[in-house]
Design a protein around this ligand. Structure first.
Ligand SMILES: [Ca+2]
Ligand SMILES: [Ca+2]
Length: 218
């Protein structure tokens, strides 16, 4: 293992890490578009509250992951179809990511329509599980910010207060007392910060130094 090739590998890794750090630093300094976090594909999801009982427009099976969101509903009941609605219930939606994933953020796309008693959930509680049976402690995020709600207005909310990981991710939305209208939920991978790249580069440098010392020490 202590040969020229492995040394070359570490040197190359260090150079690559430094290049990534430079890129991250420059991206940080120059206001560019926000980095697009990796969105995890969802294998399937289940709802604890059946929309057939608790909503005018229930779930067609993939309403929450079909990529369609942000619709306004205008004047017609039919326009609510892309939404899943609950009245006075706090639904739990459980997503199966197919394998254990690190999740840095969860985004929910809602609609507000206060004159029709469609509000936003008060809190989101997220739990992670590797097996779909045993779940970790709930991570609670408050969602109510006292901003007056506006009729027929799509609202995007961040639902996860701190990162976690698991194959199964359950999201419980606390009812505001009347309706919640939800069109889409996405789960994203954590985005490495420039500080993380600096740590990576420092770590690689340390490894390289230790290997060089071990080589010299015989
Ligand atoms: Ca959708
Ligand atoms: Ca629907």
């Amino acid at each position: 293992m202590h040969n020229k090739n492995s040394r070359s590998f570490w040197l190359k890794s260090l150079v690559a890490g430094a290049a990534m750090l430079a890129a991250a630093t420059s991206a940080h300094a120059v206001p560019a578009g926000p980095a697009e976090p990796t969105q995890w594909p969802v294998s399937s999801y289940t709802l604890s509250q059946d929309g057939a009982n608790n909503g005018w427009y229930n779930d067609n099976g993939n309403d929450l992951t079909d990529g369609a969101y942000g619709m306004t509903v205008g004047g017609g009941y039919a326009a609510w179809a892309p939404y899943v609605l609950w009245d006075g219930h706090s639904p739990t939606i459980t997503f199966d990511l197919g394998e254990v994933r690190a999740v840095g953020s969860i985004t929910g796309h809602f609609l507000t329509y206060p004159s029709a008693a469609v509000y936003l959930p008060l809190t989101a509680t997220v739990r992670f599980s590797d097996d779909g049976v045993l779940y970790g402690a709930g991570i609670v995020r408050g969602l109510w910010d006292a901003t007056p709600l506006v009729n027929d207005t799509p609202v995007t909310l961040s639902l996860l207060a701190s990162p976690g990981q698991g194959r199964f991710v359950s999201v419980t939305l606390q009812s505001p007392g009347r309706w919640i209208a939800l069109s889409e939920v996405t789960l994203q991978a954590p985005v490495p910060e420039p500080q993380t790249w600096a740590l990576l580069v420092a770590g690689l440098g340390l490894v390289t130094t230790l290997r060089a010392r071990r080589r010299r020490g015989g």
